[in-house]
Design a protein around this ligand. Structure first.
Ligand SMILES: C[S@@+](CC[C@H](N)C(=O)[O-])C[C@H]1O[C@@H](n2cnc3c(N)ncnc32)[C@H](O)[C@@H]1O
Length: 264
């Protein structure tokens, strides 16, 4: 696992702690008024769970990184229900009214991993529940890496300059190698540069549609997270780095309850 999710989890937490209140408003609209409980696979340090709990929802998350979960526990306090778990193989022994997976977390999974993940998610969602995932989908003719995202972040004395870029893209192999570069400009770790490359998946409209068609879900809405208000809906084959996919179960869930293997 990469360092920004483990040894440098605190730096990650500062770098990605932007205001998501507007995104959360939108997510709540998508989930609908009957949604009381939300699950986040790959919840990291809990910024999304915290924002959802702040709106009165019961929140639960899993992550493979214990340092990330430690931060999530601190952030959520008594509202916490987070556990160590792999999103491609977990069993919590319960269902949720909705689920969310933002900022391209699912790009950490390849085709087989995504299939296992969606099977697990299907077992954990109530009938009619929505699963909102933000997953980049690229133009099949794109040959050059996508443009870099650059921003600054700070908390207390710590100031960061963050750059996330794509160093290699192979649409044919479904591979996107992405680099995170975080320069600590001020604070205790001033002068450090944390740089890593992440092997991620490059989806096209066709490969993504095939992966969803092979899963127990169907895509009932597609939205461009880069567009103000994320509205109106965009066609399902829209490409972009911030695409939200609204998934809903298309097959009935196996009602036989299984014992939870991931303890909360
Ligand atoms: C980009 S971060 C996003 C964290 C959080 N969702 C957020 O929005 O801030 C991706 C997270 O996914 C976790 N992760 C990666 N692969 C995972 C897996 N197979 N199962 C569970 N978590 C995973 C990482 O540890 C990391 O915390």
């Amino acid at each position: 696992m990469t360092r920004i999710y483990t040894d440098d989890a605190e730096i990650y937490d500062i770098a990605f702690d932007w205001d998501i209140s507007d995104e959360v408003d939108w997510l709540l609209e998508r989930f609908g008024p009957d949604c009381r409980s939300v699950f986040e696979p790959g919840c990291g340090s809990g910024r999304m769970l915290d924002a959802l709990a702040g709106r009165g929802l019961e929140v639960t998350g899993i992550d493979v990184s214990e340092p990330m979960l430690e931060l999530a526990r601190k952030r959520l306090g008594g509202r916490r229900a987070v556990a160590l778990g792999d999103m491609t193989d977990f069993e919590l022994g319960r269902v949720f009214d909705g689920a969310v997976c933002p900022i391209n977390t699912l790009l950490h999974l390849g085709k087989d991993g995504l299939a296992r993940h969606l099977d697990c998610m299907h077992r954990h969602l109530a009938s009619g529940a929505k699963y909102l995932v933000q997953v980049a989908v690229l133009d099949p003719d794109q040959s050059e890496p996508s443009p870099a995202g650059e921003w600054e972040a700070s908390r207390g004395d710590t100031e960061l300059k963050v750059c996330w870029d794509e160093v290699e893209l192979s649409i044919g192999r479904g591979l996107s190698r992405q680099r995170s570069r975080i320069e600590v400009v001020a604070g205790e770790r001033a002068g450090e540069i944390l740089e890593e490359v992440h092997e991620m998946t490059a989806w096209t409209p066709q490969t993504w549609a095939e992966a969803i068609a092979a899963s127990p879900f169907r895509e009932v809405g597609t939205y461009d997270g880069g567009r103000k208000g994320r509205w109106p809906r965009v066609p399902p084959d829209t490409t972009g780095g911030l695409i939200w996919h609204e998934l809903s179960s298309r097959a009935p869930r196996d009602p036989s309850s299984r014992p939870g293997r991931t303890s909360l």
